[in-house]
Design a protein around this ligand. Structure first.
Ligand code: NAG
Length: 153
C-alpha cells in the first residue's frame, strides 16, 4: 500500500508543479536595441515567449508607452482587433502565435510613430510587458536631394 501512496503523492506533486511552473517560468523577450526604420517602411516590432510556448490562449496588448488605453492592437479571447487610428496598419502574425511569437507588424511607419512600445501578454496571474524602442528617420534620398539643392550655385 505504501509505495502506491508514494506514487500518487509524487504524481500529484509533479502535476501541480508542472501547472504552476509552465506559465510562471515564461519570459517575454524583446530586442535590447531600438528598431530603426525610415518613414514609409513596413516594420516588425519583435517580441516572443521564452522558452517557446503557445500564446494563442493569452491576452496580448501592444501599446505605446504611456498610452495603455489606446492600444495599437489588442488580442483577447483568441480574437484580434486593430486600435483606433491604426486601422489597416497593424497586425500580429496569427500563425506565429502558436510558436510564441507575438511580434507586431506596423505598416507605413511615420515619424510620429517613434517612441517606446510595450508588448504586453497576460494569462491568469502572469503578466509581462517589456518595451521595445522604435526610431524613425526621414527618407535618406530626401536629405541628399535637399543637400544638393543647397550646394548648387
Ligand atoms: C516572428 O515572426 C516574424 C514574422 O514572420 C519573423 O520575422 C520573426 O523572425 C519571428 N520571430 C521569432 C523569434 O521566431
Amino acid at each position: 500500500m505504501e509505495p502506491l501512496i508514494h506514487k500518487v503523492c509524487l504524481l500529484t506533486f509533479l502535476v501541480v508543479f508542472d501547472a504552476t511552473s509552465s506559465v510562471a517560468d515564461l519570459s517575454l523577450i524583446v530586442p535590447p536595441d531600438p528598431v530603426v526604420a525610415s518613414a514609409g517602411d513596413d516594420i516588425i516590432l519583435p517580441c516572443h515567449l521564452s522558452p517557446q510556448s503557445s500564446a494563442v490562449a493569452m491576452d496580448i496588448r501592444w501599446f505605446k508607452e504611456g498610452d495603455f488605453t489606446n492600444p495599437l492592437y489588442l488580442y483577447k479571447s483568441r480574437t484580434g482587433e486593430e486600435g483606433e487610428g491604426y486601422k489597416g496598419r497593424v497586425s500580429l502574425f496569427t500563425q506565429e502565435l502558436e510558436r510564441g511569437n507575438l511580434s507586431l507588424l506596423l505598416k507605413n511607419v511615420k515619424v510620429s510613430d517613434r517612441g517606446r512600445y510595450k508588448c504586453q501578454a497576460s494569462h491568469l496571474d502572469w503578466i509581462q510587458e517589456p518595451a521595445v524602442a522604435l526610431q524613425v528617420t526621414i527618407i535618406p534620398s530626401l536629405v541628399i536631394r535637399a543637400g544638393q539643392c543647397y550646394r548648387s550655385p
